[in-house]
Design a protein around this ligand. Structure first.
Ligand code: DQA
Length: 144
C-alpha cells in the first residue's frame, strides 16, 4: 500500500505554533511516526508539505502517476477555503482522509466548513498525533 501524507500551510511550524492547540510534536516527528507506523503494516508513507495552494494541487496530481493508493491530508486553513484542492482530490480519484490535529468543531465557526469532508472516506480531528497513526493504519487496510 502506498500512502501519501500531505500537510498544507503553517503545518511546517507544528510543535512551535500555538502549542496549546496543536501540541509540542513537530511535523518532522509526525512524518517519522507515520512512516514507522506504516512500515509495521507493510505500507510506505511518502510525505509532502507546502504553504502554497498550487503546489499542493500539483502534488495531488503527481500522486496519480505514482500509483498512490490513499492520501491523508491535513490541508490546514485551505480545508476551509479551497475548491481547487477539492477538485484536485476528486480528479485523481484517490481515496482520502481529511485530518486535523485540533477539534475544528470546538473552534471558530469558519473552521466548521470544509470543502473536502463530504467526499472524504472519513474525517479525523481533535486526536492530535494519534490521529495520524490511526489514519495510517486505516489506510493500510482500506479496499477501494
Ligand atoms: C488544522 C485546523 C485548521 O483550521 C487550521 O487552519 C490549521 C490546522 C489542524 O490540524 O487542527 O492550520 O488543520
Amino acid at each position: 500500500q502506498k500512502i501519501l501524507l500531505i500537510h498544507g500551510p503553517n503545518l511546517n511550524l507544528l510543535g512551535k505554533r500555538e502549542p496549546e492547540k496543536y501540541g509540542n510534536t513537530s511535523m518532522k516527528d509526525i512524518e517519522r511516526i507515520s512512516q514507522e507506523h506504516g512500515s509495521k503494516h507493510d505500507a510506505t508513507v511518502s510525505c509532502y508539505q507546502s504553504n502554497h495552494e498550487g503546489n499542493l494541487v500539483d502534488r495531488i496530481h503527481e500522486a496519480q502517476t505514482q500509483g498512490i493508493d490513499f492520501i491523508i491530508i491535513n490541508a490546514g486553513a485551505y480545508t476551509h477555503t479551497s475548491i481547487a484542492l477539492r477538485d484536485a482530490l476528486l480528479s485523481v480519484e484517490i481515496p482520502y482522509i481529511e485530518l486535523h490535529v485540533s477539534n475544528v468543531h470546538s473552534r471558530e465557526a469558519f473552521r466548521h466548513k470544509s470543502f473536502l469532508a463530504d467526499k472524504a472516506v472519513g474525517v479525523v480531528c481533535g486526536l492530535g498525533v494519534f490521529g495520524y497513526k490511526a489514519s495510517v493504519e486505516f489506510a493500510t487496510q482500506y479496499k477501494k
